[in-house]
Design a binder for this molecule. Structure first.
Ligand code: PGA
Length: 274
């Protein structure tokens, strides 16, 4: 697990976007795992800019989103399908058939089979090359709330009241926030070949500290990332304030050879990569 602390939120989202570009340039048909919420907005803005100004090509890319609210239509302004269309898909040359967002409209009796199919679609696409994650103030990833099985697969979950409160800003009234969601499981997320979790702002500082420096526990689902072989945690200064070893993470990053920093676009030249 690599912890990278950057000054500003825009530095964090730029670093994540440049890593996505790197993956897409290495593999034109890359499979990306995408997240919604306020954290990744800057990532998508930068990807759109890279598409428009530097011809970043999405034509062969496949995307899988983490989650969706149960009961919201794709047109609902707070649905994650709507979010993805507005924030990214409508602005780049991605094939709509290759953009997968779980449906929140599947009848209850068919949900188990639907979730299994979502997992199969990920496998059929070749698995996720790079998964982008935010983190909930309660340590959730996707909508895997505290207590979720660390081996869970795509399924229905019930949101905590804290998450419903955190997300109420997207709805006209707090009681409109659905109680249920469909989300990739923690096991599904852990299957990704590479993961970048980003966190912005002080409201995420406790969750980030538990995820990075606490025990691996279902009480903080993001802590499972300590077991993932290729994960970067990229945070701004405010989200890093409760990290005990933050000076060490900064020092490690400063010592990196240019080619390693370039992995996230931090260095202008590739240097002597192996
Ligand atoms: P946020 O949500 O980016 O809107 O803070 C993150 C999350 O809940 O995973």
């Amino acid at each position: 697990m690599e912890v990278i602390i950057l000054q500003e939120p825009s530095d964090v989202t730029l670093a994540a976007a440049l890593r996505i570009r790197r993956v897409m340039m290495a593999k034109a048909d890359a499979v990306l795992g995408l997240a919604t919420g306020s954290s990744p907005v800057g990532i998508y803005r930068e990807l759109i800019r890279l598409h428009r100004e530097e011809a970043l090509d999405f034509s062969k890319v496949t995307t899988f989103n983490l989650d969706e609210y149960i009961g919201l239509t794709p047109q609902h302004p707070a649905s994650y399908r709507h979010f993805m269309q507005e924030m990214l898909f409508d602005h780049v040359n991605i094939d709509p058939k290759r953009t997968f967002v779980p449906s929140g409209l599947v009848p209850g009796a068919e949900m188990d089979a639907y979730c299994l199919r979502y997992e199969e679609e990920i496998a059929n696409a070749g698995g996720i090359d790079l998964q982008i994650l935010g983190i909930g103030s309660d340590g959730h990833i996707g909508f895997n709330e505290p207590g979720s099985s660390l081996a869970s697969r795509t399924r229905i979950k019930t949101l905590t009241q804290r998450t419903r409160n955190d997300n109420a800003r997207y709805f006209s009234a707090p009681e409109d926030v659905p109680h249920h969601v469909v989300t990739m499981g923690i096991g599904t997320i852990m299957d990704a070949r590479e993961i970048i979790l980003i966190a912005l702002g002080e409201s995420k500082a406790s969750a980030v500290a538990s995820a990075v420096e606490g025990p691996v526990t279902a009480t903080c689902p993001a802590s499972i990332l300590q077991m993932h072989p290729r994960t970067k945690i990229i945070v701004d200064e405010a989200a890093a304030i409760h990290l005990q070893r933050r000076d060490y993470y900064r020092w490690v990053f400063e010592q990196k050879p240019a080619w390693q920093k370039d992995d996230c676009g931090f260095a202008a030249t590739g240097g002597d990569a192996p």
